[in-house]
Design a protein around this ligand. Structure first.
Ligand SMILES: NC(=O)c1ccc[n+]([C@@H]2O[C@H](COP(=O)([O-])OP(=O)(O)OC[C@H]3O[C@@H](n4cnc5c(N)ncnc54)[C@H](O)[C@@H]3O)[C@@H](O)[C@H]2O)c1
Ligand SMILES: CC/C=C\C[C@H](O)/C=C/C=C\C=C\C=C\[C@@H](O)[C@@H](O)C/C=C\CCC(=O)O
Length: 256
């Protein structure tokens, strides 16, 4: 299978898109470290995974991407258990315009922090064997959502960080590809709890609902399938893959 022998780390792996990404990576032969702060959901998923794939294919690690200490420990445990890190999916994220500092801390700072710590294991410049990092951004990383400006800012930041790191990696020789995943609306808890998290922008919920009605809603499996493309296609570096219910396409950015 495409990912036989590969070792993946997925943040926010216990539920939603991260759970689907984890399942897809396992289905394609990878071993997966599931990082999440929801221990109940993580352990429940591990029971299912062990029944489906046998012991030894996956590892749940209680890890908050806001904690450098917890990330370091999780990556070290992964490397010790499975023998390294080849794939990182920075997927953990929240939408909360009330606690907007936390949104920035998780969605953007968390992606940067996990990336830098994982590169210590992945980069050929530090003894790694290279690999690929896929950052879960959003369509809101390409165009603004008026009802969640801070969330929009974090996702624009993830796209920009991803593209810059792709260039840094190519130029410096990390041997690591970086790509952004930009799904439109996806049926998960994040979407379901949306209207209670808009804070001062709650008045704009209706226009966002109109956008949801217009664009439609993806299943998590549609998104996970797109991650597999970014992981396995070695020509993809610095890309932003837009995923809609009607299909997917790569973003073309203006060259300055
Ligand atoms: N649902 C959508 O419409 C949509 C669309 C585009 C992008 N996204 C992005 O996809 C990613 C996953 O979102 P989802 O919709 O699956 O949400 P979700 O709430 O269903 O799942 C998020 C997972 O991340 C975990 N998590 C949250 N904060 C964490 C932290 N600090 N450390 C570790 N784990 C943490 C949660 O416990 C949960 O398991 C997010 O980055 C989100 O912004 C979602
Ligand atoms: C409300 C956020 C829900 C989930 C967040 C998740 O990341 C999904 C984002 C999905 C789609 C984003 C589309 C952004 C489109 C913009 O380019 C622009 O076309 C939107 C136009 C009007 C916005 C109207 C509004 O925001 O209310």
């Amino acid at each position: 299978m495409a990912l036989d022998g590969k070792i993946a780390v997925v943040t926010g792996a216990a539920l939603g898109i991260g759970k689907a990404i984890t399942e897809t990576l396992l289905q394609n032969g990878a071993k997966v470290a599931l990082l999440d702060l929801n221990e109940t959901a993580g352990k429940s998923l591990m029971e299912t995974i062990n029944k489906l794939y046998g012991q030894g294919r996956a590892l749940f690690l209680n890890c908050n991407v806001e904690s450098e200490e917890q990330i370091k420990a999780a990556l070290q445990k992964t490397a010790e258990t499975f023998g390294g890190v080849d794939i990182l999916c920075n997927n953990a994220g929240i939408l909360n315009e009330r606690t907007w500092e936390k949104t920035v801390s998780i969605n953007l700072v968390g992606v940067i922090r996990v990336t830098y710590l994982a590169l210590e294991h992945m980069s050929k410049l530090t003894g790694g064997r290279g690999g690929v990092i896929v950052n879960t951004a959003s369509m809101a990383g390409i165009g603004p959502l008026f009802s969640c400006p801070v969330y929009t800012a974090t996702k624009h930041g993830v796209v920009g960080f991803t593209r810059a790191m792709a260039g840094a990696s190519t130029t410096s020789g990390y041997g690591v590809r970086f790509n952004a995943l930009c799904p439109s609306f996806v049926q998960t808890n994040l979407l379901s709890t949306l209207t209670s998290e808009l804070g001062q922008f709650a008045n704009l919920a209706e226009s966002t609902q109109q956008l949801i009605d217009k664009m439609g809603i993806l299943n998590v499996s549609d998104v996970a399938e797109s991650v597999l493309e970014l992981v396995t296609d070695e020509t993809k570096n610095g890309e932003a893959l837009l995923v809609f219910p009607k299909g997917k396409n790569y973003m073309t950015f203006p060259s300055l």
